[in-house]
Design a protein. Structure first.
Length: 201
């Protein structure tokens, strides 16, 4: 038996395969951007973040990080967001607790930030993209301050990690994980000491 479809004869089995292929093709509605468009889009996302964030960075860490966390779901990947939330909460609970955000600004990679941060370059890195952020200071000097890993999430972007260009082995996600382990170790030690029986004298 032969079936005529779009003016052409098809055996039934071939017709089914053709229809399935057409259905798969029609269901793919995700936007396809060229590499140049990706670079432009990623650059705009990163620059918009720094234009918004830098004026906040002069505030107390707890204050400006509250503003960042309020936008966390639109800025960071779930892994980075969760780690940041735990770190911010720990820093808020006790001023002397171990925390990354209480020690320095992880997004500017500095304890003494400059006044302006500009996306200098964006390039493909593995399954995502990496932006080089350049710090422009008041004395006219500039330096590569941060390497920012980004991934596409549908039609928008998310920050996946922040790296120190002078220390390739350092990255924010690993640092957050290490500091959390230190906090957990300290908390466990304190808990065990409290539960130890008093020594008779």
């Amino acid at each position: 038996m032969t079936v005529v479809f779009l003016g052409r004869p098809f055996p039934p089995r071939c017709l089914i395969v053709a229809l399935l292929c057409l259905g798969c093709r029609g269901s793919d509605t995700s936007p396809k951007l060229s590499q140049g468009q990706d670079v432009k889009s990623a650059r705009q996302f990163a620059q918009a973040f720094y234009d918004w964030y830098v004026p906040l960075s002069g505030r107390a860490p707890a204050t400006h990080m509250d503003s960042v966390m309020a936008r966390g779901h639109e800025l960071f990947t779930p892994t980075l967001l969760q780690a940041l939330q735990r770190d911010v909460e720990a820093q808020r609970d006790a001023a002397d607790i171990l925390s990354v955000v209480g020690d320095y600004d992880p997004f500017l990679n500095s304890q003494d930030p400059c006044t302006n941060y500009v996306v200098q370059a964006v390039e493909r890195r593995g399954g995502g993209w990496q932006a080089t952020i350049e710090a422009h200071c008041g004395n006219g000097s500039s330096t590569s301050a941060v390497l920012v890993d980004m991934v596409r999430d549908g039609v928008t972007w998310r920050f996946a990690n922040f790296r120190n260009p002078d220390q390739p082995a350092y990255d924010l996600v690993s640092q957050l994980r290490a500091v959390r382990a230190q906090r957990d170790s300290v908390s466990t030690t304190i808990f065990l000491r409290r539960d130890m029986p008093a020594v008779a004298r």
